[in-house]
Design a protein around this ligand. Structure first.
Ligand SMILES: C[S@@+](CC[C@H](N)C(=O)[O-])C[C@H]1O[C@@H](n2cnc3c(N)ncnc32)[C@H](O)[C@@H]1O
Length: 179
């Protein structure tokens, strides 16, 4: 079996086409949303498959945060998503995986999207607290979030009575047609 580890292949995620590949299985997790040209990168990953080979892509989709409560948290996430767009990150890529693979003629395309439900003080809340704290300077400097919204979010992350949902991790797989 010949396996391409997509994450370790900068070549696969570049916008330059790769030669058709012999790989039985190609996968990339949480990478394509960072890549400048996700369409070209997906094309390279698909091109690396042998006829009948399988591909599995796993990427985030921030759909669940659109129903976050209280409304101030939706405002926070809206600012976060505006910041990410400004930084070239596509946090809505998950929903595009299936149509992207279909556009390349792949067969047997299926997928799932799964989120986590968490409360303040949980590991997920700690993850977000640390992430937002680390990025705070850039988030504010971008003009997309302000200190008051960030402080409100961090306060929720410390409140065990606050329950919410996080990223929808979207996993989609498909198979290259047999030759
Ligand atoms: C959120 S992490 C995911 C890491 C790992 N794949 C996982 O699932 O745990 C994003 C990764 O994408 C890598 N990355 C970002 N831009 C990339 C690019 N243009 N080509 C290849 N890798 C890239 C980063 O170095 C980082 O390791």
């Amino acid at each position: 079996m010949c396996v391409l580890r997509a994450l370790s292949s900068v070549k696969a995620t570049s916008s330059r086409p790769v030669d058709p590949g012999p790989f039985d299985f190609v996968t990339a997790r949480a990478v394509l949303h960072h890549v400048a040209d996700a369409k070209a990168a997906t094309g390279n990953l698909v091109a690396s498959l042998r006829p009948g080979g399988a591909i599995l892509l796993i990427e985030p989709d921030f759909l669940p945060v659109s129903v976050a409560e209280p409304i101030e948290m939706r405002t926070f996430w809206s600012g976060w998503l505006a910041w990410s767009r400004k930084r070239g990150i596509d946090y809505h890529l998950g929903r595009t995986l299936a149509p992207r693979l279909a556009a390349y003629g792949l067969k047997e395309i299926e997928g799932t999207a799964e989120t986590a439900i968490y409360n303040g003080g949980s590991q997920w809340a700690d993850y977000w607290r640390e992430t937002i704290t680390e990025l705070r300077g850039d988030l504010v400097q971008s003009g997309k979030l302000n200190d008051a919204l960030i402080d409100a979010f961090l306060a929720q992350c410390a409140d065990p009575n606050w329950w919410t949902q996080t990223i929808a991790f979207t996993a989609v797989h498909g198979r290259a047609p047999d030759s």
